[in-house]
Design a binder for this molecule. Structure first.
Ligand code: F6P
Length: 541
């Protein structure tokens, strides 16, 4: 049954221009009542315009949509990705001590643990130098070649966990633009570089093209005879990794029930494991596992992924805000917004419901962001004074890792809290007038200047606060967002686990390649595409 947002929209309309500050004035416990904590992670959504009635109506959607049943269907290995006939079991990859999970009647956990043990062993030996380059020298650099989920997860987590890096340096190549691989490889020594080809399907054109370029680069240095020592693969397609010539002992496989954008927890996370070591990688998994347990067992009103999802639905489908900004006050979460763009937009950017009918409401929002404080000096102007409301999702840690720079972290945290306060409070025309009068402005000019300095306020935000960005905490945060996307998808009645919307562009790119090369005509192409082809063809190098 499709959910109906009419009652919620009516509540939103009744609230009218109500200021969020009024909600705080009416209820001195609002901050704690509109917050929840899970294993040390605090989610505060009190700076939104949701009240008890809205929350109750949102909670009711969970029952209508069958979130509890679908959650269990996911965890227990049912084929909830029904346009691809697949189970959705990224949670099995971090199920470090739970019981069996069956897919088609067969337990998958034993296989997961076997692969994890192989990864641990491989990473340990590379880090100790007992698995070495063709020359016998230890590997100093690792290049992960992959795109989408085979890139964003590892690169995001690698950047996030830099303080824990004590293995080879990692580099990431994703774009089929030769500039990317060129710029990454040019600083590296092929004699001491391990290349990991990360591709679930092992057919993705960008990845395979980059892998071939990396192979050519390596062959020049170590010859055909040395190449197998320098390549590992992470894939579900062992026939294809073999055809590429990768030693089966250096292939780490996974199953089709791990979606690309949910794959960092298994073999696709190998580069991260090489960088931080198996023990720290296990802590990352443990953080996610803790969030899985929380998601599965906590009551709705205490359940962080559920609350995050309800806030998302409230802002997007009820209030009609089309985007949400993810604003980590943590420089090392620099790739989190990009990671979440894939996670959220590839998962919930769908126009049809599970049954193939048109979605009767908007799909998931546009997700974007940048670490604070950089964003403050770029796009926060629009967030504070622009005509559109952008719900903001702040993330902040109590402590940084930098010894001797604690004062900088205090400044960072103050900035984060100040931004959500400013969004909430705003600045009235009277306050702006007083400021300008104190500066000596008068009359019409005072009025004009003051109006430019008004902040409407009443702009919603949430804050996710944690102690420190450890591997465990990162695992919690990423799994939190995964489950949030799941809950939103269930409420919207869509399949969050396929991605048919990426296919058309891929097909057309393949067809355009010979047209661009002058080997095929452009019959059937539109005028603009043909004009662009012709313009580019007239250019000579
Ligand atoms: O862009 C579509 C997509 O299939 C993503 O979902 C996926 O993460 C990415 O391409 C890479 O796919 P693969 O790991 O199979 O190379």
């Amino acid at each position: 049954m499709s959910v109906d947002f009419a009652a919620l929209k009516a509540l939103h309309a009744t609230a009218g221009d109500r200021h969020i500050l009024e909600l705080f004035q009416q209820d001195e416990d609002r901050a704690s009542r509109f917050s929840a904590i899970a294993d040390g992670l605090l989610f505060d959504y009190s700076k939104t315009n949701m009240d008890d009635s809205a929350l109750a109506a949102l909670m009711a959607l969970l029952e209508v949509a069958g979130v509890a049943e679908k959650r269990e269907a996911m965890f227990s290995g049912q084929k909830i990705n029904d346009t691809e006939g697949r189970a959705v079991l990224h949670t099995a990859l971090r199920n470090l001590d739970g019981g069996e999970v069956l897919v088609d009647g067969k337990d998958v956990i034993a296989g997961v643990r076997h692969t994890l043990a192989r990864m641990d062993d491989f990473a340990d030996r590379v880090r100790r130098g007992s698995i070495s380059a063709y020359s016998g020298a230890p590997f100093e650099d690792v290049v992960n070649i992959g795109i989408g989920g085979s890139d964003l997860g590892p690169v995001m987590a690698y950047e996030a966990l830099k303080p824990y890096e004590d293995g080879p340096r990692c580099h990431f190549v994703s774009n089929v633009d030769g500039a990317h691989i060129n710029d990454v490889l040019k600083g590296l020594n092929p004699q001491t570089t391990l290349v990991i080809v990360a591709s679930k399907t092992f057919t993705t054109i960008e990845t395979m093209t980059n892998a071939k370029a990396a192979r050519d680069w390596l062959v020049k240095a170590v010859g055909e005879e040395g190449i197998s020592k320098h390549f590992a693969a992470l894939s579900t397609a062992k026939d294809k990794t073999a055809a590429f010539g990768i030693d089966p002992d250096l292939v780490f496989g996974f199953e089709d029930w791990v979606g690309g954008r949910y794959s960092v927890w298994g073999p696709i996370g190998l580069s991260l494991m090489l960088a931080i070591g198996p023990q720290k990688f296990a802590e990352f998994l443990r953080g996610a596992q803790a969030m899985d347990t929380h998601f599965r067992t906590a009551e709705w009103q205490d359940n962080l992924p559920v609350l995050l999802a309800l806030v998302g639905i409230w802002h997007n489908q009820v209030c009609g805000y089309a985007t949400r900004a993810v604003l980590p006050y943590e420089q090392r979460l620099v790739r989190l917004p990009a990671y979440l763009q894939q996670l959220e937009m590839e998962s919930n950017g769908k126009g049809v419901a599970m049954d193939g009918t048109d979605l009767p409401f908007n799909s998931g929002p546009v997700v974007w962001g940048e670490p604070g404080t950089n964003g403050q000096h770029a796009f926060y102007q629009l967030i504070h004074q622009g005509t559109r409301v952008v719900p903001c999702e702040f993330l902040v840690g109590r402590f940084g890792h930098e010894k001797g720079l604690e004062h900088m972290h205090e400044l960072l945290v103050s900035n984060c809290l100040a931004q959500s306060e400013a969004l909430l409070r705003g600045r009235s025309l009277d306050e702006a007038r007083a400021i300008m009068a104190a500066k000596g402005f008068e009359g019409a000019e005072l009025e004009r200047q003051a109006r430019h300095r008004v902040f409407p306020g009443n702009r919603p935000s949430t804050t996710l606060a944690y102690e420190k960005l450890t591997p465990f905490v990162l695992g919690q945060i990423v799994a939190l967002y995964e489950h949030r996307v799941f809950v939103e998808g269930v409420i919207l009645g869509i399949n969050s686990f396929d991605q048919w919307g990426v296919e058309l562009g891929k097909e057309l790119a393949l067809a355009l390649q010979p047209v661009l090369a002058g080997e095929a005509d452009g019959a059937g192409k539109d005028g603009s595409t043909l004009q662009l082809v012709q313009y580019l063809q007239t250019k000579t190098a």
